[in-house]
Design a protein around this ligand. Structure first.
Ligand code: ARG
Length: 460
């Protein structure tokens, strides 16, 4: 097959190289964007008088037919044609003849591929945002049902202070809301139209770049031709955002995995989102959650690949940049798949409220509240801390909880402790009295849900 760039060559490309440098096996997924971009470019060339209006019309009609043929599976991408761009151009020329060869006027694959990647990513950012929004909405719904479901809050994975399941779920809702914002931001910088940059130095033809941007729904055009063809910041930004969403999912999955172990026994996953063992008949495993946790590594790796690929590149385009595709595609596919399956998995958990409450009620999770009680009676906090520390030690030695100490026992630790102590350190009071904005009290979390819902609407 003769190459479009074959003119200055005297030898055929080596077979190994042919295969090695071809990207069509993976960049074929850009065909819709490539065709859309070419149509806009052709229309603009026609309007600017670079080609005739009739020629532009023929090219657009030809491209429509190529698109239909690809979608109907009538065309096979060929490795010899190197990449998606040249496959499509070849089919166009096969179909409409000589005039097809005019499409690439005032364009390079360098600005073409930058355009395709941006068109592709804009669509995928919207898709990921949609999935994040669904997940957040579902977490808000679940939180609403568990405003009074008391559970232990942890630091160092040691029981610390009681919170509620609603409060815990809302912590994740906040993370995903931030993810949504990050994507919103990344979208703005992806929404820039690079055509007109040519190979690197623009073109002498009187292109109407704004008209191309307008046809394709871009908010802005690139400011610098060198930057336009060598910038992949948008791919890095998206992958960074995706990696962070995966990290959020992974932390959540880790907790679900712990919670459904017999050691915690806080939840049970639905059968539809668990799997069994081929040998041990009794097993019910949280494979889906584990796999999401596992796939997080891929997306972090995708980010690393992109950053490393770019770090030593001189301006402008370098073939290294062809390596932007697989990591970006993988990040997109992985985060979408994980968000999609995570939502119904978390929605269908069966919450074992009693176990959560029991766990929250032991391990001296009300010790801080006892110290605060002393402070409110005038004891300096550091002293109160020491007094309660001694009380906890006493309880450990006598196998008691703080609320099981008698009034006499309490008096040994501090004279200011009265009968009102028992009401001050119940688990419900520990949670209910934490009413500051951002706290776990049921009423406070209810308001947080309302605010999160408003934010979710505003980001739509
Ligand atoms: N397949 C190439 C890529 O993905 C398209 C641009 C090629 N440009 C070039 N001058 N070799 O980056």
């Amino acid at each position: 097959m003769t190459k479009v760039w074959g003119g200055r060559f005297q030898k055929e490309t080596d077979r190994l190289v042919e295969d090695f440098h071809s990207s069509v096996s993976f960049d074929r997924r850009l065909y819709r964007y490539d065709i859309k971009g070419s149509m806009a470019h052709a229309r603009m060339l026609g309007r600017a008088g670079v080609i005739s209006a009739a020629e532009a019309g023929q090219i657009v009609t030809g491209l429509e037919a190529v698109l239909a043929d690809i979608e109907a599976g009538r065309l096979e991408f060929s490795v010899e044609a190197e990449d998606v761009h040249m496959n499509i151009e070849q089919w166009l020329t096969d179909r409409i003849g000589e005039v097809g060869k005019k499409l690439h006027t005032a364009r390079s694959r360098n600005d073409q591929v930058a355009l395709d990647m941006r068109l592709y990513l804009k669509e995928e950012i919207r898709a990921v945002q949609g999935l994040l929004r669904d997940l957040i909405a579902s977490l808000l719904g679940l939180a609403e049902k568990h405003l009074d479901t008391i559970m232990p809050g942890y630091t160092h994975l040691q029981r610390a202070q009681p919170v509620t399941l609603a409060h815990h779920l809302m912590a994740y809702a906040q993370m995903f809301l931030r993810d949504l914002e990050r994507l919103h931001d990344c979208y703005r910088r992806t929404d820039v139209m690079p055509l007109g940059a040519g190979a690197l130095a623009g073109t002498t033809f009187p292109l109407d770049r704004d008209y191309v941007a307008e046809q394709l729904g871009f908010e802005a055009i690139s400011e610098n031709s060198l930057d336009a063809v060598s910038d992949r910041d948008f791919a890095v930004e998206f992958t960074a955002a995706a990696a962070l969403s995966m990290v959020h999912l992974s932390r959540f999955c880790e907790e679900l995995i712990l919670w459904c172990s017999a050691e915690f026994a806080f939840i049970e996953l639905d059968d539809a989102y668990s799997t069994g063992s081929s040998m041990m008949p009794q097993k019910k495993n949280p494979d889906v959650a584990e796999l999401i946790r596992g796939k997080t590594g891929r997306v972090c790796g995708d980010l690393q690949s992109l950053l490393t690929m770019l770090k030593g590149l001189p301006l402008a385009y370098n073939k290294d940049m062809q390596e932007d595709k697989e990591p970006l595609f993988d990040a997109v596919d992985t985060v979408k798949k994980c968000l999609l399956v995570f939502k119904p998995m978390v929605e269908t958990i069966r919450v074992k409220k009693e176990n959560m409450r029991k766990a929250a009620g032991s391990g001296f999770t009300n010790a801080t509240d006892l110290a605060d009680y002393l402070v409110k009676k005038g004891v300096p906090f550091r002293e109160a801390h020491a007094v309660v520390g001694r009380a906890v030690l006493y309880c450990l030695q006598h196998d008691k909880s703080l609320e099981e100490l008698s009034a006499d026992e309490y008096r040994n630790f501090s004279p200011v402790i009265g009968e009102d102590i028992y009401g001050a350190i119940t688990i419900d009071r520990c949670v209910g009295a934490r009413r500051l904005p951002g706290g776990p009290a049921p009423e406070t979390v209810r308001e947080a849900i309302v605010r999160a819902r408003a934010k979710l609407m505003e980001k739509s």
